[in-house]
Every structure is written in C-alpha cells, then in structure tokens.
Design a protein around this ligand. Structure first.
Ligand code: ADP
Ligand code: MG
Length: 711
C-alpha cells in the first residue's frame, strides 16, 4: 500500500530521472499521478486473426516471431528491423524503424502481442504490414492479457519525457497500490444520496476500465461513454469538482461575512453634493437602485462583494464612479481594473474628466508604460497621492502597493479569474469589491456561478436610446455599405468597420484591416478621415487614434476586435462587422454594443456569408431579431450547446478539469443546492466525514487560489 501524498518516486519503475520528468509536468505525488486520467480508451480486448486484417484498420494481434533481422538503408543513420509474426492461420510483416535495441529484444520464437495500424507496403507489392506497432513480449507463462492488451487500454495525454507505454505501466502500479480510501470532497452521505461511486473505485475504473456489459453493443456503449468523458465515474469527478467549487465559494463568502472592516462610509449630504458635481446626466431608476445597494454595502460593517450586471450600454461605469466618490470623499483610495489597455485608457480619461471638479488625482497603470513612469505612478499610489488608480493587470503586480485602498472595481469581470480578483482585493485591508459585467452568461447560470457575490442588475437603458437596427448583407452588397457610411458621416456621425482577429488567421485579418483602411482612404472616401486600430500598434499610437475618434476627428475607424469591450463613443452610429460569420453571438453582441450609445438611431451591418451552414444563418438572424443580451446568451446556449459557449477563461471561473459549466448545468444546480445544505450541516452537527471533506475543500482552494477559507 502506498499513500496518496507519497512521492511518485516510491512507485516501482520510477527512479530519480522519471521523478524529475514528472515533476516538470506538475506531478509530484501519487495523488497527482492518479489525477492524470486518460483522455481516450481503446478496446484491445479481442485478438484478431492475422489473416483477417485489412488496410488502415487498428488491430490487436498475437503471434510468434518466425523471422527477424535488421538491415540498413541507403539513408544514413536510418535503420529498419523487420520481423515476420505468425499466428495459427496467417502472418504479417512488422517493421520497426530506428529501434536499434529491437534486435536484442525480439528473435525467432518470441511470442508477441502487437497493436498498431495496418498499412500497405509500397516496397513489397502491396503486402500488409505494421509500422512501429506497440510490441509486448509474452513470456510464455502468462496468458496473453496484460497491461497493454487484452483489455480496454487507457491512452494518456503525453507527458514530457515519458513514453506512452511506460506511463501506462507506472499508472498500473499506482492504481494497484493506491489505498482503498481516498480523501473525498463529496462526503459519504452525499455519495450515497446521489449514488456516486467512491473515489478510489472511480479512479480504478477510469484508469483501467472493466466493461460490465455483455454483448458487443453494450460494451460499445460503455466505451463510448468513457471516451466522451461521461461515464458514471467521470460524472462523479464532475460533481466533485462542482461541489467543491460551490462549497468553496460559500466558505469564502461566510469568511467575508465574519470579518468586519474597520470603517463605514456614509452617503451623507457632503458626499451627495460631490456626486452631484460629477454627474453629467440624470441616472436612470435602475442606476439609482444599483447605487443605493452599493451605498448600503459601503455603510455596512462587512466588506462588499457585489456583481453589477447590465447589458452593454446600460451605464455601469457611472455607477462605479459614484461609488468611488463615496470612498474618496471619506479619505480612502479606489482601484479600477479593466481587461484591455484601450479600455483602461478610456476609463482613465473618462474618470479624469469626471473627477476634475472634485480635484482628485487619478493615475493610469498599464503594462506598456515605460518602466520609469510605472515607478513614478507606483510611488504616488503608495503614498496615497493617487486617489484613483485605473489600470490593467499592471495593477495587481507585486510592486504596486496602496496607502489605504478601500474600493476595488473590476470591469468586464468575466475576463478575469478568481485569482486575479483576489490578488487585487489583497492590496487593501478588506476592501469593498465591485465587479461589473455585461456577461453573456444566462442569468440563472450567473447566479449559480458567482455564488459568493451579491448581485445588482441594471435592467434599463438610459433614456432616449433607440434600439439598434441590425441588418445582414452578403459580401456583394459592398456599394450599399459604402453608401451607408457616406450618409452616416454626412449626417455628422461616425462609423466603425471591424475585422475578426481569429488566431490562426491573425496575419491575414490584420492585412485585411490595413488594406481596407488604405483603400477607403485612397479610393472610396478620399475626402474623409479614416483611422486604423489594431493590436500590433504601439499603445501610444492606439491612444492617439482613440482620442481622435472620440473627438470626432476620425470619421471611419477600421479596427480589429481590439475595440470589442467597453469602448464608448456616443457619436458613432454605424457598426460594420466584416466576416460576421466568424464571430460568436456573444462577441457580435459586444461589438454591436459599441454603437447605439447616444440618442441618434444606430445601425449594425453584419457582412457575412452563411453558405449552407444553418447555425451561422441562425446566429445572424438572431442578431437581426433582438437587442436583448440575455435572450442572445440563451440562444447562444441552445445553438452551440454543450461546452462551446464559454471557456473557463471567459467566465472567470477557475480552470475546471472535468466539468463544463454549460454542459453540466444540471449537476451545477444540484451541487449548489447540496453545497448550501453541506455548509448548514457543518455548522450544526458535522460528523468526521463531513469535517474531512470540508478540510479537503479548504486545502484545495488554498492550493488553487491561496484563499483561506473558514466555516
Ligand atoms: P456599459 O454598461 O456598457 O459599461 P457605459 O457605462 O459605457 O455602459 O455607458 C454607456 C453610455 O451611456 C455612456 O456614453 C454613458 O455616458 C451613457 N450613459 C450612462 N448612463 C446614462 C444616463 N443615465 N443618461 C444618459 N446617458 C447615460
Ligand atoms: Mg463598460
């Protein structure tokens, strides 16, 4: 028996070298190793008669070597070892390329199990052969079933420096020697209730599955579930992960509720007067309500942790700014973090203008600033001279310290992870935290996911907004598009033309954007100012272009998706999205949200080709039908279904290994209900099992996020 915390080095077959190779992949303990579950399975339980093999199929055969020899080819340093392997009724050639040790391993009479793809040999009149198959020597005593054959065989994601079969052998040793009882985040009562297999049994089954079903069809079904990651054992791990996540979030929240903050900010007459000074317009009822809820949190003795949710253009920024005023007027600092430099810059200029009448110092921190400047700003932030620090991830760097940070605001929070949120939170002494999102996640899902947050919703657009009209044009309507641009500019408004920047075609799209800008300038609109904005530009250049566009000096801004989130220029009323078929719904909606920000009527033109792809067609049609972000996110969910809607990166949820929060929505709901019950149980009468589960959850959260959980 071996402990789950023991070093992998204590397993047979793992010496110092392999220990090191595994450590390089983050695998140190037996537990880490067991967590590396196969990503695929192959049924190698049946041996095939060699005479029945067909070209291109993968097959498992068993036979005896009846001829073997090495020969060199003309290519220098290239060797081939060839054998003929026969079973009762047939024989097949086996070629091993560049395996100099083969001659020592295999000789006439060796019994072998082979697994590989059957190929046709061009050098030998089209006879069938195996090229570099997996070979396993049978030593006569054993029957021909083993680790690598005669069973459903696990295929592992490659780990550096470890060949697949070696890894499989190591896993076999780990699984056979692992303890019967493994620490489990799902307490026993819950496993019983939900009929989840125990962790150790599930691991055994996932690494070396035994199919229970009788008959080819039943076996195939089981194998398919395994390969899809949806076997009962996979589901067990999916649930454990979600339960752990949900319980952890609740512990975090309880911890927050237990610790007081030694300040209370009042929204008194003086603060109200200050807010009045900065407000450029009357807030909507929804904005007022949100601010009221935030003010309540600021006044309470517990740190705020609030999500401000509102569709694009609903006016979240000004609410955040008002919250900042409350904190600033009470003598403390605020930090405002945004996911992109353009957005951070824009918030910086916006706030700077807003706060001018109040005389607060506001500073910008971003990655691309010269080191000297960053240093200067950091010093000002540390001394407390800076009252609001606006920035990107640069804000959470180690060397950035605050004097008395009391409010943390995070914009487009779905672009950040829990860890980043926590890092910024830690820059202050239990600061109040406000995160904002125009999240493409359906409401119900968002509530489950952000279980540690209170939620305020802005469900109303500022007055005078007209719904954005969306039309879909095929590529050949170019003249009509130019005509629209011309009319927009003549009416005194501005336009965006956006190109997708999908990674694999990045260069191409960049070129398309640059060429379009040049062509518009030279041929179509020589009398207009055409601007160009893309990710490869220096941030100084981007800033100039954005400023000119905001100031109305640029009529048409050609851009890659760098403007996707948050950019706010109310005078822009035309959004043209090129290759709209390449964007997802959430992204199209964000992009479209760049227009319709003033009182003038805005239009969004989707230029795209659906071909005979019904999904693309439906996507573009939905965009033309509705402006409602939540309806769009629901449609997105239905259209793309499981797994596609949001990667963990976008949702701000910590990386999940097994679960997919969209596909596993049901499990997530159950996990969240059960996590509530579990926490109650912990408080009233926790048995040993529950306490152990809670301990494990705490420990894993600490490892993942450095968060200390109590409760
Ligand atoms: P988002 O919620 O997408 O971040 P913004 O905060 O950028 O939206 O606001 C969108 C635009 O609406 C901005 O130009 C902002 O000045 C304007 N705005 C916000 N609230 C109001 C309001 N109550 N009345 C008029 N305009 C408003
Ligand atoms: Mg915004």
């Amino acid at each position: 028996m071996i402990g789950i915390e023991d070093s992998v080095g204590s397993l047979d077959g793992i010496g110092p070298q392999r220990t090191e190779a595994l450590a390089a992949c983050g695998i140190r303990t037996v537990g880490d190793l067991l967590a590396h579950i196969p990503f695929r399975y192959e049924d190698r339980s049946r041996f095939r008669p060699i005479s029945s093999l067909k070209e291109n199929e993968w097959a498992l055969v068993c036979g005896e070597v009846c001829r073997a020899g090495a020969y060199r080819t003309r290519r220098r340093g290239f060797s081939i070892f060839e054998m003929l392997v026969r079973d009762d009724r047939g024989g097949i050639r086996v070629k091993l390329f560049n395996q100099p040790y083969a001659a020592r391993l295999y000789s006439v009479g060796t019994r072998l199990v082979l697994y590989g793809q059957v190929k046709k040999d061009a050098f030998s009149k089209g006879a069938l052969f195996f090229a570099n198959p997996e070979c396993e020597i049978l030593d006569g005593k054993k029957d021909p079933s083993s680790i690598h054959s005669g069973r459903v065989v696990p295929i592992y994601r490659r780990l550096d420096g470890l060949e697949g079969r070696v890894l499989r052998r190591i896993m076999f040793a780990a699984v056979s020697r692992a303890p019967q009882e493994l620490p489990d985040a799902v307490p026993a009562y819950l496993r019983g209730k939900l009929r989840l297999p125990s962790k150790s049994n599930a691991l055994r089954q996932l690494h070396f599955p035994k199919l229970a079903g009788n008959g080819a069809q039943a076996r195939e079904r089981e194998l398919n579930l395994l390969n899809a990651g949806l076997s009962p054992e996979h589901k067990r791990f999916i649930f454990e992960e979600l339960f752990q996540f949900q319980a952890g979030i609740r512990m975090l929240k309880r911890h927050r509720m237990q610790c007081g903050k030694n300040r209370k900010f009042l929204l008194d007459g003086k603060v109200r007067a200050a807010i009045k000074k900065i407000l450029p317009f009357h807030p909507t009822a929804a904005q007022k309500r949100a601010l009221g809820e935030i003010a309540e949190d600021l006044r309470s003795e517990h740190p705020m942790s609030r999500l401000l949710q509102g569709d694009v253009g609903s006016g979240k920024t000004i609410v955040a700014a008002q919250a900042a005023v409350i904190v600033l007027e009470n003598g403390c600092q605020a930090a405002f973090m945004a996911p992109t430099e353009i957005l951070a810059e824009q918030h910086y200029f916006y706030m700077k203008r807003l706060f001018e009448p109040l005389g607060y110092t506001i500073d910008l921190l971003k990655g691309s600033q010269p080191v000297e400047e960053k240093k200067r700003v950091s010093l000002r932030v540390k001394s407390g001279e800076t009252r609001i620090a606006v920035g990107t991830h640069a804000l959470i760097q180690k060397n950035v310290e605050f004097e008395n940070l009391a409010l943390v605001i995070i914009d487009e929070q779905h672009r950040f992870g829990v860890l980043q949120r926590e890092t910024l939170r830690r820059k202050g002494d239990r600061p109040d935290v406000l995160v904002m999102t125009a999240t493409p996640i359906p409401r119900s899902l968002a509530l489950t996911l952000y279980g540690d947050l209170d939620v305020s919703v802005i469900d109303e657009l500022p007055p005078g907004r007209q719904p954005i009209e969306t039309v879909w044009y095929e590529e050949n309507r170019r003249p009509a598009i130019f005509d629209r641009i011309r009319r927009t500019v003549e009416a005194g408004y501005q336009a965006y033309i956006v190109y997708p920047l999908v990674e694999e075609s990045e260069k191409l799209d960049l070129r398309a954007a640059i060429e379009t800008a040049a062509r518009l300038k030279a041929e179509i609109f020589p009398d207009l100012q055409i601007g160009l904005l893309h990710g490869r530009m220096k941030s100084r250049e981007k800033e100039v272009v954005m400023r000119d566009f905001s100031a109305g000096k640029i009529h048409v801004l050609v851009s890659t998706t760098v403007i996707e989130v948050g950019v706010d220029v109310a005078n822009a009323t035309l959004m043209i999205i090129e290759h709209a078929e390449r964007f997802g719904l959430a992204q199209l909606h964000q992009l479209r949200g760049r227009v319709g920000r003033g009182s003038a009527k805005s239009t969004c033109v989707l230029v795209g080709h659906a071909g005979d792809n019904p999904e693309i067609r439906r996507r573009l049609e939905i965009m033309c039908e509705t402006n409602d972000g939540f309806r769009i996110s629901e449609a997105d969910l239905e259209l793309r279904g499981p797994g596609e809607v949001m990667g963990t990166r976008q949702s701000g949820v910590p990386a999940l290994q097994f679960a997919d929060i969209v596909r596993d929505r049901r499990a997530l709901e159950i996990a969240s209900v059960e996590a509530d019950r579990f926490l109650q149980l912990l408080q009233i009468r926790p048995d040993r099992e529950c306490r152990r589960a809670a301990e494990l959850i705490r420990r894993q959260w600490r490892d993942r996020f450095g968060a200390i959980l109590t409760g």
